[in-house]
Design a binder for this molecule. Structure first.
Ligand SMILES: Cc1ncc(COP(=O)(O)O)c(C=O)c1O
Length: 455
């Protein structure tokens, strides 16, 4: 393709994207001229594989409020995809970043030593109980690291993960991911057998909880280990404590205990992907604590760096005993990310955020359940702490992704940021510092959006 072709292609794309936003939500009425200009230019230079649900062009943010480039304010139930747990422009995080910025940004921690990543590792050990930390830069990299450690440690070649799982998009992690086929088509995979997660609202086995006895978990032992993949060939089971991208699916209390037992009984490693659920998102530091389960390996990223890129893989010393040179990277242990992360964790601890998360989460779920009375399209409200999903359905309980998208866009018009997940779910993952007033105002606005989207 020569340059002319490319620019023609881009122009086509630009028109399509602007047209799309115009037709879908009336872009001109909603966002200002600066936003429109930036979106137009963005389409010309940014890879088309990223998809935006509505035309938000951010400029600045504070706490749980985001301001767009034309000055309009939004109440944010997205938190940069469950990242800004300590709130935007957190003073303590900013101070830690500035102090580190004055000293040094990056050192190549894979080759040298430095204090900030060490201090953070000690804090992670204190919060999680795991004795060893491996640093990387994102969720998918943390999952890759866990896959490699499991392969290296067990000398086995295969994995088990779950339908609706999302573990990242690099090729290893993508093999575990099983959320939307678009994410996987045309890409090769490491062998992974997928099995049913406890999606009780739409039980894949058509059973009822609790009489089902979490049969979905038991299938790992009763079906997979007997018919498809022996435990002797299984390096690890990867699991999200609550499925995130796949639909904010909260399993019943026994589910993770049962998976843990099966892994222990069959000598298979259990890896908890807490990339989205970790860092106090559901109340405790790790979401697995809600289920009284401890995985052999835990992955964290997203909220850990308070907006700066960082990922970690946590495990105990006897498991993470691979020798120098087996795995490393350039930016892991980045000084700025480490300083931001430590300050953010210390802030959240000091604020006793776990209690606030539980109370605020219960309040938001309660209000969403009240909305169910007037809006039967809200089929299910579920969540733990501030990881809450509302599943949007038709009158026969089948999924309604079109209405879900309409609600999300109408909310945007009202000044509320929401994102979808799964096939038909709206996710609520606000900054953990969101105040009662902000949450209530956001939900009042959502009610208006629901009225318009269901007319
Ligand atoms: C559970 C989970 N694992 C892994 C990832 C991948 O993280 P990243 O986008 O930082 O690569 C995500 C991202 O949404 C996630 O939710």
């Amino acid at each position: 393709m020569d340059k002319t072709d490319r620019s023609e292609d881009s122009i086509k794309k630009l028109e399509t994207e602007l047209d799309f936003f115009e037709q879908e939500i009336g872009l001109l009425d909603v966002v200002g001229p600066k936003a429109r200009e930036i979106i137009g230019q963005d389409c010309n230079v940014i890879s088309a594989c990223v998809s935006r649900p509505y035309p938000l062009v951010v400029d600045r943010a504070n706490g749980s409020i985001v301001k767009d480039i034309d000055g309009k304010e939004y109440i944010d139930f997205v938190a940069g995809i469950a990242v800004m747990n300590a709130g935007y422009s957190n003073q303590e995080v900013k101070a830690a970043i500035s102090a580190q910025l004055d000293k040094m940004v990056h050192c190549g921690y894979g080759d040298f030593f430095a204090e900030p990543p060490l201090k953070l590792a000690k804090k992670l050990r204190e919060l999680s109980g795991y004795s060893k930390v491996f640093y990387c830069n994102s969720g998918t990299e943390a999952v890759e690291a866990a896959m490699k450690l499991a392969l290296w440690k067990t000398k086995r070649q295969n994995f088990i993960s779950f339908y609706n799982a999302f573990h990242g998009r690099t090729l290893g992690a993508l093999s575990l991911t099983c959320s939307k086929v678009r994410q996987k088509e045309h890409f090769p995979a490491i062998r992974t057998v997928h099995t049913h997660y406890a999606y009780c609202y739409r039980c894949p086995l058509k059973l009822e909880y609790p009489s089902c006895g979490v049969e979905c978990a038991k299938q790992i032992e009763n079906l997979i280990f007997r018919k498809e993949l022996s435990p002797e060939d299984t390096a690890a089971v990867f699991i999200e404590p609550i499925q995130g991208e796949g639909g904010y699916i909260v399993p019943p209390p026994e589910f993770h205990k049962e998976v843990r037992k099966i892994c222990t009984d069959n000598d298979v490693l259990l890896v908890a992907d807490e990339v989205q659920t970790g860092c106090f998102r559901t109340g405790p530091f790790l979401a697995m604590e809600n289920f009284e389960v401890r995985a052999d390996i835990t992955c964290l990223a997203k909220a850990l760096g308070s907006g700066l890129p960082i990922g970690v893989m946590l495990a105990d010393r006897d498991l993470m005993d691979w020798p120098p040179g087996v795995h490393s990277n350039t930016f892991g242990g980045n000084l700025l990310s480490s300083a931001a992360s430590l300050a953010s964790l210390e802030f959240l601890e000091k604020e006793n955020i776990e209690n606030h998360v539980r109370e605020m989460g219960a309040h938001i779920r309660q209000r969403l359940r009240e909305l169910q009375d007037n809006f039967p399209c809200i089929g299910d409200v579920r969540g733990l702490g501030l990881m809450i999903g509302a599943e949007i359905v038709k009158s026969d309980k089948s999924i309604d992704p079109i209405r879900r998208d309409r609600i999300v866009r109408e909310a945007f018009k009202e000044g509320v940021l929401l994102l979808g997940c799964g096939e038909s779910v709206i996710r609520f993952s606000p900054p953990l510092v969101m105040t009662d007033e902000e949450a209530d105002l956001g939900l009042d606005k959502l009610e208006k959006a629901l009225r318009r989207a269901t007319r």
